[in-house]
Ligand binder design. Structure first.
Ligand code: PSU
Ligand code: MN
Length: 330
């Protein structure tokens, strides 16, 4: 039943065959989202959290050309330390496989591979979305032309595609692939109102886990509404299962960052503005934007964003496992 092009670890394969709960975990946050050695620690903690809640973890990557669901601990450890790992979103999977690359998978690519294996629940930190327009507006002082006056900036050097045109493939994949993504909402480096509007347009349910407000990743500031509130893993499983039965694709299950680690919005905003300026000065664009901003924010916050990122990833892994247990029951 599993696609012949896909490698699924024996433990995950057996769990799926006998209807036991499995939770997919992504690898971009390991290879590109967190620094060594926190990345390996978080990857292991997330796997342990899934097990503690009664499910089997399946970390996903393209292992030197082989799409793999369920990395071994040695593989996770290698991925956490390797240099030059490709960041593969949905569109990059073919090239990663065809060219035999070692690739970490983003939310979009992880959803695609999890679904191919028959895994229905996936945990990450925060999904991608629409980047902020402010980020695409280049200041005169930086010496870089603004996007409105410079629609074809190729002559000026490296590409400077404005970030306001930068919308994560995570959203498109959510619209079509029936996997439930447990996360702390969308990353707070993004334009969250616009991200939510796109999710609505694409028909993607945004379930708030014991909250009416869409969480803002590691920031404790949320005033945007979710599409439905759920009070328990059983309710989350019921809403997602019904969505899929009626022909729906993926869904977001958004759980706020644990209080003790969440960062006040005002403080975060200052760091974000500085990180965005640095990204523009360094002419960072495309898939490098998100990893660059996360790294700068960790530096500017003296490591506080890392503490929060870690706490929310582990909490999301636990929640995903609890929902997978419910889905396996039904
Ligand atoms: N969650 C985290 N850290 C991350 C990510 C999620 O806590 O680094 C990754 C996911 O792989 C997500 C990606 O798909 O960030 C978004 O990248 P982009 O904005 O380039 O689509
Ligand atoms: Mn992007």
């Amino acid at each position: 039943m599993i696609e012949p092009w896909l490698t699924v670890s024996p433990e995950v394969r057996e769990a799926l065959a006998s209807g036991r709960p499995v939770v997919a975990l992504e690898s971009t946050l390991v290879a590109h989202g967190l620094p060594w050695p926190t990345n390996l620690e978080v990857a292991r903690e997330a796997e342990a959290a899934v097990r503690a809640a009664g499910a089997v973890p399946a970390t996903v990557a393209v292992w030197h050309g082989v799409p793999t669901v369920g990395l071994t601990d040695d593989q996770v450890s290698e991925l956490a330390q390797a240099k030059g790992v490709l960041k593969a979103s949905r569109r990059d999977l073919g090239a990663a496989v065809g060219l035999k690359r070692l690739a970490a998978t983003t939310v979009s690519a992880t959803m695609a591979l999890a679904h191919a294996a028959g895994v229905r629940v996936f945990a990450t930190g925060g999904i991608g979305g629409a980047h902020r327009a402010e980020f695409g507006t280049r200041s005169a002082e930086s010496g870089v032309q603004g996007r409105t006056s410079d629609p074809l900036p190729l002559a000026a050097g490296p590409p400077t595609l404005a970030a306001c045109d930068d919308i994560s493939a995570d959203l498109t994949e959510l619209s079509r692939t029936p996997v439930l993504v447990a996360c702390a909402g969308a990353k707070s480096i993004l334009d969250l109102p616009r991200t939510l509007e796109i999710l609505e347009t694409l028909g993607v349910p945004v379930l708030g886990y014991r909250t009416d407000e869409f969480p803002a990743f590691y920031v404790a500031a949320a005033t945007l509404p979710v599409s439905a509130r759920v009070e328990s893993p059983a309710e989350a499983a019921a809403a997602f299962a019904a969505h899929v039965r009626m022909g729906g694709g993926g869904a977001v299950l958004a759980r706020p960052c644990p209080d003790a680690a969440a960062i006040p919005a005002a403080e975060f905003h200052e760091w974000l503005c500085e990180a965005e300026r640095d990204a523009q000065d360094a002419r960072v664009s495309g898939p490098r934007v998100t990893p660059f901003l996360l790294k700068r924010l960790a530096e500017l916050s003296g490591g506080r964003t890392l503490v929060a990122n870690r706490a929310l990833i582990v909490a999301n892994a636990t929640l995903a496992a609890e929902v997978a247990v419910e889905l396996a029951r039904s």
